[in-house]
Design a protein around this ligand. Structure first.
Ligand code: IYR
Length: 224
């Protein structure tokens, strides 16, 4: 028998802006976000658990299909667990760089200076493994979540934004395949690792590849 859920509505409260103030706000936020970069050169300087918790709860405030919040964030500071993750990730990446990735793919990555070595996985104070939850088990019944990839992708965007806002840096890392994380982190059958995100301070004199972002005309089509 299905139970009809009754909606309970509450007032929406948040400031609004107009005119110059609005334009200034969006321009400033764009400039701020446009300074975000993916880093591979991290400092070992510590970051407190409270900081990480706030960043993760920002991510968890993201919209999701039917508000199911189909995610789990594994926040890892244990040196032993980080070492296990590095070892398994490097083993997978060795196979990637020595045959599993196509020549075109390897060519596309040349400018980024990546290889199978991932020392940052042990150097950083925190690794966040974002997991997606395909379904929930309630009273022995499997209940599918909705738009799981979209929801978890948006939450990860919030996570990266919160990390940047804190003046910290991150890498959206996909050591593929990622199933080793399920084992190392002992995650249940309804969860799959989605992204591995090292978080910390940038190394002194950290460098990033010189890349370019597409201009508006390449990413926006207006229908006015
Ligand atoms: N996962 C590999 C390869 C890699 C793939 C892409 I697409 C990148 O943007 C960067 C790296 C690695 O982490 O080295």
């Amino acid at each position: 028998m299905s139970v009809t859920k009754k909606s309970l509505f509450i007032p929406y409260r948040n400031p609004t802006y107009e005119g110059k103030a609005l334009l200034q706000r969006v321009e400033e936020f764009y400039q701020f976000m446009n300074r975000r970069r993916s880093l591979r050169m991290f400092s070992d300087k510590s970051v407190s658990k409270e900081v990480i918790q706030n960043i993760i709860m920002t991510a968890s405030s993201a919209p999701s299909g039917a508000n199911k919040q189909p995610w789990t964030f594994c926040a890892i500071s244990s040196p032993e667990v980080k070492a296990k993750i590095r070892q398994a990730a490097e083993a997978e990446e060795y196979t990637n760089y020595h045959g599993r990735m196509s020549d075109t793919w390897l060519d596309d990555l040349k400018g980024f200076g990546t290889d199978e070595h991932k020392p940052f996985l042990e150097i950083v104070p925190w690794l966040i493994v974002v997991c997606k939850r395909a379904y929930e088990e309630e009273d022995g019944e499997k209940k599918n979540n909705y738009y799981v990839n979209e929801s978890v992708g948006i939450a990860t965007g919030f996570l990266l934004t919160a990390i940047h806002q804190a003046g910290l840096v991150a890498l959206t890392h996909t050591p593929s395949p990622m199933n080793f994380l399920t084992k190392v982190l002992n995650r249940p059958a309804n969860e799959r690792p989605f992204l591995l995100i090292p978080v910390g301070y940038p190394a002194e004199n950290a460098k990033v590849p010189k890349t370019q972002r597409k201009p508006p005309e390449d990413v926006i089509i207006y229908y006015e």
